[in-house]
Design a protein around this ligand. Structure first.
Ligand code: A1D88
Length: 129
């Protein structure tokens, strides 16, 4: 029996290791955030339908601000439409903590306001319930 309902939200938080810095200025590649969206979508499928599900498509991805090594990032997925086997999801990613290398190599702070870095829409498909 599916528990999929519009508004069901799952959030994950993760520290971004320096081993994932890919571009100048310790920037992280956009695919890193998409992998986090895949993981949070997987938990949505488990919570809603008791199965890991499969990611069928993205209809929109916007990289609004850079993600940097040393950030703590929070990603969320919210069900926006429930089909027969498909579920549309709204994704967002916010940086909640960021390093302050201007102070010291290990200095970091909690941001006063979370910084939205990525936004997306996608569709997952689950087996027949
Ligand atoms: C949670 C995250 C996991 C991952 O990241 S997994 C890794 C990446 N994903 C994959 O490897 C998936 C590869 N793709 C597939 O295996 C298949 O391709 C799908 C299972 C996604 C779909 O195949 P089929 O089950 O044969 O689809 P159908 O029976 O034609 O349709 C079932 C429902 O799925 C919707 N749908 C199918 N393809 C898409 C698409 N490309 N974009 C959006 N929706 C799609 C349909 O509309 C319908 O929906 P309605 O059951 O609610 O009526």
């Amino acid at each position: 029996m599916s528990k999929a309902t519009i508004g069901l939200t799952v959030k994950h938080r993760r520290y971004v290791p320096y081993s994932h810095a890919h571009y100048a200025g310790n920037l992280v590649d956009g695919a890193y955030v998409l992998a986090l969206f895949g993981d949070v979508a997987t938990e949505v499928c488990i919570q809603a339908d008791g199965d890991e599900g499969l990611f069928a498509s993205y209809s929109d991805v916007q990289f609004l601000q850079p993600l940097r090594a040393g950030d703590v990032v929070e990603v969320s997925a919210t069900i926006s439409r429930v089909g027969n086997r498909s579920r549309d999801l709204d994704f967002s990613a916010y940086v909640v903590c960021r390093g302050r290398p201007d102070r010291s190599a290990s200095a970091a702070e909690v941001l006063g306001e979370p910084l939205e870095i990525t936004r997306a829409k996608g569709t997952v498909v689950v087996p027949v319930g």
